[in-house]
Design a protein around this ligand. Structure first.
Ligand code: SF4
Ligand code: SF4
Length: 296
């Protein structure tokens, strides 16, 4: 769904380490300069959230994310094994007289409780993460999800985090790297996905996967090339051949790398980049407007 004149933009990358978070936070800072207090940055990379290192938010609220996992009443259980047969995730097993559950593997689908013929399975809450909300010193509304240490189920935390999009604001979602479920859950609620990549054969291969994912989800996408000037022209050639807009090229530049190492965004360290970053969002708005005109 297109969020009127303030589309929600997700920022994703087919792999980690491409500069995705640097770009997402820089975009948020630049947009907040022109629309103070109207920008929201949502860090959906719940396994390794680090946008806070660049934006320094004051966290004001924390909400636990919980899922329902099975708890077996062994006095009622007949050890029939039906729950283990039906579980698609090998998260419950009946071994001799014991019924073992593996909460880390459980997808909280509820099937085992549903199929248990004697009602021996109750569904109990288990915390898998947390959603934090706060504000950066310059007034960017900040949200981040954080998966509990040792837990493997990122998707429920990602979903809970992505739900925090405020359609009345300019929302920038920093998606997890890769193209698996958590990335898809993050970009699903956006109107447009910006894919950050590097001009290398590895960057190209991961970009192709990410573009394919966006196309399967019918989500328009464009590309930002980070460390432009290194590697090969493969990414540019691919984008040209596929008709994908290259929205911005961030050059390979030692001073940018040094600023990032100090925990500073592009917009903080290099004010001359602010207009170019705002232009990226304007180009996305213009594209979406033209698309909605074409489809009406
Ligand atoms: S389905 Fe119910 S009764 Fe059968 S083994 Fe599982 S918990 Fe026990
Ligand atoms: S809730 Fe679903 S995933 Fe979890 S143990 Fe039961 S059947 Fe398996």
């Amino acid at each position: 769904m297109l969020h009127a004149d303030r589309p929600t933009v997700s920022v994703a990358a087919g792999k980690g380490g491409t500069g995705k978070t640097l770009f997402a936070t820089s975009l948020a800072v630049a947009l907040n300069e022109v629309q103070p207090g109207q920008v929201q940055l949502i860090d959906c990379d719940v396994e390794e959230p680090n946008a806070d290192i660049l934006l320094h938010p004051q966290i004001a609220e924390r909400e636990p994310v919980k899922v329902l996992v099975p708890e077996v009443d062994l006095d009622t259980c007949t050890r029939c094994g039906r729950c283990a047969q039906e579980c698609q995730f090998s998260a419950i097993a009946v071994i001799r007289d014991a019924v073992l559950t593996f909460p880390d593997l459980c997808a909280a689908c509820g099937v085992c409780a549903y199929v248990c013929p004697v009602g021996a399975i109750a569904e109990v809450e288990r915390q898998v993460g947390i959603v934090e909300r706060g504000m950066s010193p310059e007034g960017i509304h900040f949200v981040q999800g954080r998966l509990s240490v040792g837990d493997q189920r990122a998707t429920p935390v990602t979903k809970a985090t992505a739900r925090m999009v405020d359609v009345n604001m300019i929302s920038i979602l920093d998606a997890p790297p890769g193209t698996a479920c958590p990335m898809q859950e993050s970009i699903e609620s956006s109107d447009y996905c910006i894919l950050v990549t590097e001009p290398t054969p590895f960057g190209l291969a991961n970009l192709q996967d990410a573009v394919e994912t966006c196309r399967r989800m019918e989500l328009p996408c464009g590309v930002v090339i980070n460390r432009d000037g290194i590697g090969t022209p493969g990414v540019t050639d691919y984008c040209t051949a596929e008709g994908i807009d290259i929205l911005l090229r961030i050059p390979q530049d030692r001073s940018i790398a040094e600023a990032y190492a100090r925990g500073e965004t592009l917009a903080h360290s290099f004010p001359q980049w602010r207009d170019e970053l705002v232009d990226v969002y304007d180009a996305v708005c213009k594209f979406l407007r033209s698309e909605s005109t074409l489809t009406t």
